[in-house]
Design a protein around this ligand. Structure first.
Ligand SMILES: NC(=O)c1ccc[n+]([C@@H]2O[C@H](COP(=O)([O-])OP(=O)(O)OC[C@H]3O[C@@H](n4cnc5c(N)ncnc54)[C@H](OP(=O)(O)O)[C@@H]3O)[C@@H](O)[C@H]2O)c1
Length: 254
C-alpha cells in the first residue's frame, strides 16, 4: 500500500540518517526506494520494512561511478513509479589536518560527496523538468558554512553542495521542481561514531530523521537545519568578518 503517492528515493539508505529517514517514510505508508553500495545493509532494512505500512524497493550501486545513478533512477521508475522526492544523502567524512594534508583525501571526498550528487542530479533533472514537478533535497552539512579546523576536505565538499543547491533552486523554482538543502549538525550515526572529539548538541538519529521528515513533507523553506541551537550559533559565526572569525576559531581549538 502506498498511502503517499509517488516514490521517495533515498541515497545512502543503508545506515545512519538515510536509514532512519527511510524507516520514517515506511511507517507513514510511503513507497521508498533505498540505495547504497552494500547489499547486506539494504537487505536488513528490507527485512525490517516487511512489517511496515509502506513498501520498500532496494537497489544497490556505487554513486561515484558514472552511469550508476542513471541506471538506478531508470530501474526505480520502471518498477516503482515516478520519483516525487529524491533525498541525495549518500556521503562520507574523512578527517584531515594541515600536517597530513592529502590531495587524495580531497579527491575521494569530492567524488563521494559532490560527484555522486552531480550524477544523481544529471539523472533526475530531465525527468522532473519534463514532468514539471518533483522535489530534490541535497544533504550537505553545517560544516559547509565556513572553514572549520580539521575539515578542509569535508568542508570544501559540503560548501560545494550548498552553492550547487542555491544555484539550482533559483533556476528550478519557476519550472515546478523544488530544490531543498539539508544542513545537519552532529547526528549519532556510524559516520560520527568514528569521531574522537566532543560533538556539541549531538542529536539522536531518530530525532533528526523525524525533524527532516516533517520539514520535507510539511515545510517549504529552502534550508532545513537541525539541531536548531547549533545551527543558530554557526549562522552567527558565518556572518562574522574574517578579522573576528579566524582568531575566534583559533582560540576555540587551543
Ligand atoms: N551524522 C552527522 O553528524 C552528519 C552531519 C552533517 C552531515 N551529514 C551528512 O549526512 C549524510 C549521511 O551521513 P550519516 O551520518 O548517516 O553517515 P553513514 O551512516 O555513514 O551513512 C552514509 C550512507 O551513504 C552510503 N554511501 C557512501 N558512499 C556511497 C557511494 N559511493 N555510493 C552509494 N552510497 C554510498 C553508505 O552506504 P554504503 O557504504 O553501503 O555505500 C551509507 O548508507 C552524509 O552526506 C553526511 O555527510 C551527517
Amino acid at each position: 500500500m502506498n498511502a503517499m503517492p509517488g516514490v521517495v528515493w533515498i541515497t545512502g539508505a543503508g545506515s545512519g540518517l538515510g536509514r532512519a529517514l527511510a524507516q520514517r517514510y515506511l511507517a507513514a505508508g510511503g513507497a521508498v526506494a533505498g540505495t547504497s553500495r552494500r547489499t547486506e545493509t539494504l537487505s536488513n532494512l528490507a527485512l525490517a520494512a516487511a512489517g511496515q505500512p509502506g513498501c520498500f524497493h532496494v537497489q544497490a550501486g556505487d554513486l561515484t561511478k558514472a552511469g550508476c545513478a542513471d541506471t538506478l533512477v531508470d530501474a526505480i521508475e520502471r518498477t516503482a513509479g515516478p520519483i516525487r522526492l529524491a533525498v541525495l544523502n549518500a556521503g562520507t567524512h574523512i578527517p584531515d589536518s594541515a600536517e597530513q594534508f592529502s590531495a587524495a583525501t580531497v579527491a575521494s571526498l569530492l567524488e563521494t560527496n559532490v560527484m555522486s550528487v552531480a550524477y544523481c542530479l544529471e539523472a533526475l533533472l530531465p525527468r522532473m523538468l519534463s514532468r514539471g514537478q518533483g522535489q530534490i533535497a541535497i544533504n550537505a552539512s553545517l560544516a559547509g558554512y565556513r572553514g572549520l579546523p580539521r575539515a578542509a576536505a569535508y568542508g570544501a565538499s559540503k560548501a560545494a553542495l550548498i552553492n550547487m543547491a542555491e544555484s539550482l533552486r533559483i533556476e528550478l523554482e519557476p519550472r515546478g521542481v523544488t530544490m531543498r538543502l539539508i544542513n545537519p549538525g552532529f547526528v549519532r550515526t556510524p559516520l560520527t561514531d568514528r569521531n574522537d572529539f566532543p560533538m556539541p548538541f549531538l542529536m539522536e538519529v531518530e530525532t533528526a530523521a523525524e525533524q527532516l521528515y516533517q520539514a520535507l513533507e510539511h515545510g517549504s523553506a529552502f534550508e532545513i537545519v537541525f539541531p536548531r541551537r547549533f545551527a543558530c550559533i554557526l549562522k552567527v559565526l558565518r556572518l562574522l568578518p574574517y578579522a573576528l572569525y579566524l582568531p575566534l576559531m583559533r582560540k576555540l581549538i587551543r
